[in-house]
Write a protein that binds this ligand. Structure first.
Ligand code: AP5
Length: 182
């Protein structure tokens, strides 16, 4: 099982990825969590990206592509994985496919959590993470609208996209995802 979860900021990617990771017994890789942890630790990478996250912009593709290639070669990912926050652009999606080809594998399914923008804002405001300040949040939603459509087209064309209504209780979203994966 090699899953990608896509959705706007606060759409529930992390919430569902954690549940699916427990359900399937495979690791969950959240690029947002990794970056926030690097910032908290004040590492070199954290210092490089902290301004970008605070502004709600995307970190450069090259940084994220290198990170994901390295992470998906670690032994715990041999039976599968769940990506939350990667890919973010059609370019990252293509690079992921090229890389997986070299490992003789591919993405099994791509889950798109659909939610209206006002729900995304409410949820993220409630959560209050370091990059949930109002300006960054507006920018993250705008960026997500710009970059998501080409990615959806990319995966739809390859018949891997599953659309799920993210605007329902957490367990109902999970049930809908599992039904779609059967
Ligand atoms: P990232 O952490 O991926 O941010 P995001 O897309 O803005 O998503 P969130 O983590 O804020 O939300 P989520 O969809 O996981 O929802 P959650 O489950 O937490 O990335 C952060 C930043 O890192 C980016 O802006 C960018 O700068 C950088 N970055 C990361 N990856 C990158 C990449 N590949 N390329 C370039 N840059 C990258 O839920 C949100 C809230 O809603 C929670 O409080 C939760 O309890 C609640 N909730 C969840 N589900 C439900 C439900 N069904 N009903 C009610 N409440 C719910």
């Amino acid at each position: 099982m090699r899953l990608v979860i896509l959705g706007g900021p606060g759409s529930g990617k992390g919430t569902q990825a954690k549940k699916l990771s427990e359900h399937f017994g495979i690791p969950w890789v959240s690029t947002g969590d990794v970056l926030r942890a690097e910032i908290e630790a004040d590492s070199d990478l954290g210092q490089q990206v902290s301004e970008t996250l605070a502004q709600g912009e995307l970190v450069p593709d090259s940084l994220m592509i290198d990170f994901i290639k390295d992470r998906l070669q670690q032994t715990d990912t041999a039976q599968g994985w769940i990506l939350d926050g990667y890919p973010r652009t059609a370019f990252q999606a293509e690079e992921l496919d090229f890389f997986l080809e070299t490992l003789n594998t591919q993405v099994s399914r791509v889950i798109w959590l659909e939610l209206p923008a006002h729900c995304l804002i409410e949820r993220s405001e409630y959560r209050g993470a370091i990059d949930d300040n109002p300006d960054a949040l507006r920018r993250r939603i705008a960026t997500s609208l710009e970059t998501t459509m080409p990615m959806l087209e990319y995966y739809e064309y390859r018949q891997r996209l599953v659309r799920v209504d993210g605007n329902q209780p957490v367990d109902d979203v999970k049930r809908e995802i599992l039904a779609a994966l059967r």
